[in-house]
Design a protein around this ligand. Structure first.
Ligand code: ATP
Ligand code: MG
Length: 622
């Protein structure tokens, strides 16, 4: 698969990982020149039409989501039997890897930052009526800057039937299944909240609450068994956080948080005042209706009762406190205010990079902090998203501290200037001055003179990303062709050849010639010369000679002693002939050769004693 080009666009570079549905590859999108992640479905899925239909439907609806904490889906397609989904490439690790590597609980801050980000992703998706259905650490990707991105939104829906039966990885998925999912009941937003509760549990204890040999046994435990309170496994888990986890993982969906936003509010409340944070339980005083646990050992049962007793004791304490406060009235209030003024609480700055400014402001406010925008930069993040913060998380600061941030003003756009009809040099400098990259494409043109811009793409006044490329089609004049050789061809052949090569036939003059008729004797443009397309060439062609004229030739001989051999040769339209050959002496000079037939351009040469060079030469036109 490596090196393969999918959809004429995505070049598969390397394998990133494998999951239940397929293999994930890193790839390059050649159209937009960016890295992407491509999940290619396993072949067993691609043969099931019903599955493919659901897969396309679910991934296309997930593609409508756009949020900094959600891995964007760019494209869904297939090439023959290869079905694939193209996603934003996240350079980082899965939360599962991070948990494994940490070999125990993650720091509380880190776990809470991840939870909050996943909740924001869920909140956004739920508002668009998309339920994830497979929230698990494998589907939470973390960048090096600590940004969490949730992937595989909704896709699990297409796979549910398969995963339970066919997929070996299903144990991994079942560990995060809500009881209603395990039971095959109605799945809604609250199922995602349950799964995230299990992820929180794992982040803070280093282990999942339910394990087993088969997906079914794990699923059953979610239905039937109670969670060991996470603080039993990690004493550092604050009570408030434990309560949040327990509420998120209630077996009965009605007792869980009703929305991601509600859970996020509790987390923020806890963060701003951990000591006084109390969870609002649904049906606080109604008896807990938990499905009786199967094989649940007695010790844990007692622990659970203890915890509940503990909760019940809180209410009288709160009531008593309120009464005391009322009695103490203003005095108590004033004292508390004074104490507060003296010791301004310190808070940890949360991580807000990647959030949009409104969200960040809300979060900081809840922690008694405020925000100050110290600058805006162009970036590929949407406008309003925080690019950097000072101080960074988790530095502690006094309450009321202003956290300074730089935010994105989105991608810098530039209006394309009009450069058509400019000279190429002028066009290039105009584009460069506007912060754009000219790309010259030389093009033949019959009308626009050489080195002038014929057209541009994108067109003038379009708004495009700064620094991007503008194609300039620059005239290189009329198309040039190389003149062919047609000397020696018949006129018919010459005409055909010229037409094939885009050269027009000009004047034809005839010349009498001893050879065959209608043969090209010369051409007005030399072979090999570059000429504009459509240029005309004049030809001289051969013509049979008409009746020759009889003429006498007088040949003077050289003054040498004794006999000499004299040869007289004539070349003309009639061809080449020896008109005289004989032995003579100087006394015979001049020799008279009578009645020699001549035609056209005549050359006469006299050779003495077989010399290479003629002794004399005459030319004439008859
Ligand atoms: P499942 O099939 O149940 O979702 P999974 O989540 O473990 O199981 P995949 O979703 O196929 O498996 O992902 C396989 C691996 O590919 C992941 O563990 C992760 O390392 C990597 N991966 C997935 N999506 C991306 C992405 N968008 N960017 C970078 N890496 C990714
Ligand atoms: Mg996945």
């Amino acid at each position: 698969m490596i090196g393969k080009m999918l959809g004429n666009r995505y070049e598969i570079l390397e394998e990133i990982g494998q999951g239940g549905m397929g293999i994930v590859y890193k790839a390059r999108c050649h159209l937009l020149n960016r890295l992407v992640a491509i999940k290619i479905l396993r072949p067993e899925f691609s043969h099931d039409e019903e599955f493919i239909k659901r897969f396309k439907y679910e991934s296309q609806s997930a593609a409508s989501l756009s949020h900094p904490n959600i891995v964007s889906i760019y494209d869904v397609g297939n090439e023959g039997d290869i079905y694939y989904i193209v996603m934003e490439y996240v350079n980082g690790k899965t939360l599962k890897q991070i948990i494994k590597e940490s070999n125990g609980p993650l720091p509380l801050d880190r776990a809470m930052s991840i939870t909050s980000q996943v909740l924001r992703a869920l909140d956004n998706a739920h508002r668009h009526n998309i339920i994830h259905r497979d929230i698990k650490p494998h589907n939470i990707l973390l960048t090096e800057d600590g940004i969490a991105k949730v992937t595989d939104f909704g896709i699990a829906r297409a796979a549910t039937d398969y995963t339970l039966t066919y997929n070996k990885n299903i144990i991994g998925t079942a560990q995060y299944f809500s009881p209603e999912q395990a039971r095959g009941g109605i799945v809604d937003e609250k199922s995602d909240i349950y799964s995230l509760g299990i992820v929180m549990y794992e982040m803070l204890t280093g282990q999942v609450p339910f394990e087993g040999d088969s997906p079914i046994s794990v699923a059953l435990k979610h239905i039937e068994e109670n969670l060991i309170p996470p603080s039993r496994l990690n004493h550092n888990i604050p009570k408030g956080i434990e309560e949040i986890i327990m509420k998120a993982t209630e077996k009965d969906p009605n007792r869980r948080y009703s929305s991601a936003n509600e859970m996020l509010t509790d987390i923020n409340k806890f963060a701003s005042d951990p000591d006084n944070f109390r969870i609002r339980k649904i049906e606080e005083d109604a008896p807990t209706k938990i499905i009786p646990p199967i094989n649940y050992d007695k010790t844990r049962m007692t622990e659970r009762t203890d915890v509940k007793k503990g909760h019940n004791r809180i209410i009288p304490i709160i009531i008593t406190t309120i009464i005391i406060l009322i009695i103490m009235g203003g005095i108590a209030g004033a004292t508390l205010y004074f104490i507060n003024r003296q010791t301004v609480a310190e808070v940890e700055v949360p991580s807000i990079v990647g959030m949009n400014i409104e969200e960040a402001e809300r979060l900081l406010k809840q922690q008694g902090l405020s925000i100050e925008v110290i600058g805006e930069d162009y970036s590929s993040e949407p406008a309003g998203v925080i690019l950097s913060q000072d101080p960074e998380s988790p530095i502690k600061v006094k309450q009321n501290y202003k956290v300074k941030v730089r935010i994105s003003k989105g991608i810098e756009l530039t209006k394309v200037p009009l450069v058509e009809n400019m000279s190429v040099d002028e066009a290039v400098s105009t584009l460069e001055d506007a912060g754009l990259k000219p790309n010259i494409i030389p093009t033949y043109d019959d009308i626009i003179p050489e080195n002038q811009v014929i057209s541009q793409n994108p067109a003038a006044n379009e708004e495009i990303e700064s620094g991007s490329q503008v194609n300039l089609y620059v005239s290189k004049g009329k198309e040039k062709i190389t003149m062919i050789n047609i000397v020696g061809k018949t006129l018919d052949d010459a005409e055909k050849l010229l037409a094939e090569n885009g050269i027009a036939l000009g004047n034809i003059t005839e010349q009498e010639n001893a050879g065959p008729e209608n043969i090209v004797l010369s051409q007005s443009i030399n072979p090999g010369d570059q000429v504009e397309k459509g240029k005309t060439v004049d030809l001289v062609i051969s013509k049979k000679p008409t009746t020759p004229v009889l003429k006498n030739i007088t040949v003077p001989l050289p003054d040498i002693p004794g006999e000499m051999k004299v040869v007289v040769i004539k070349r003309d339209a009639l061809g080449e002939t020896t008109v005289y050959s004989g032995m003579n002496t100087y006394q015979d000079s001049p020799l008279n050769i009578l009645n020699v037939p001549m035609k056209g351009h005549v050359v006469i040469e006299v050779y003495i004693n077989d010399d290479n060079k003629p002794y004399s030469r005459y030319e004439d036109n008859i």
